[in-house]
Ligand binder design. Sequence first.
Ligand SMILES: C[S@@+](CC[C@H](N)C(=O)[O-])C[C@H]1O[C@@H](n2cnc3c(N)ncnc32)[C@H](O)[C@@H]1O
Length: 204
Amino acid sequence: MKHQLTAHGLTFLKPSHPSVKAIRKAHGDANLHGTKVWDSSFVLMDFLLIEPIPEGRVVFDIGCGWGPTTLFLAKSFQSRVLSIDADASVEPYLQLHCELNGISPLFWQRRLNQLKAADLSMADTLLGGDICFWDSLRDDWKKLIKRAQKAGVRQVLIADPGRQPFHDLTEWAKSKYQAELWEHSITSPIKASKYILEISLNPE
Ligand SMILES: C[S@@+](CC[C@H](N)C(=O)[O-])C[C@H]1O[C@@H](n2cnc3c(N)ncnc32)[C@H](O)[C@@H]1O
C-alpha cells in the first residue's frame, strides 16, 4: 500500500508503484509535468463534494495527466469526461488508472490553445488540476475562457497551489466574470491546502 493512495473509493498510484515503473520503462516519462498525481487534484475532488457538478454533465478535464479528476468525476457524478492533455505520453498512465478503477477513458491530445469554440460548445464544465503554472498557460486560459463563454460553457474550475500565473488569472477572471477564489484544505488522503478558482460563465 505504500505505492498507492485510496480516496473516494478510487485507487491512485505513486510513481514508485511497479506498474507505473513498467510504463515508464516501456514508454518513458511524461514531458510536461504529468509525472504523478498532483495534490491540487485531491483538493479539487474534496471541494467538488461540497460544490457538486450535476450528474451526467460533459466535463473537459484539461491537463488531465494521469487522470485523477477524470476518475473522480466519472465515479462520483457520472460525468461524461473528455480527458485532454498536451502531452500524448500521459495516455498510458491515464489508461492504467482507468483500468485499475473500472473506468473507460476518452483521451484527446490537445493543448489549451487548440480547443476551438466548436469543441468547447460540447462542454458544460472545463476543469483542471494544477494547469496554470506558466505565464503562457495563464494567457492561454484567458483566451480559452473567453471562447468558452461564447460557446456556452457553464463553468470553469481550476485548482492550484497558488502560483503567480494562477493568481493573475484569478484577478483577471474576477474583473470580467462572476468568479470566486476558495482556499480549501484536506487531511486525507494527503494533508494539503490549495486554491480553487470557480468561474460562472453561463449560469443556469
Ligand atoms: C502539473 S500536471 C497536472 C496533472 C493532473 N491534472 C493532476 O492533477 O495530477 C500538468 C499537466 O498539464 C499538461 N499540460 C501542460 N501544458 C498544457 C497545455 N498547454 N495544454 C494542455 N495540457 C497541458 C501536462 O502535460 C501535465 O499532464
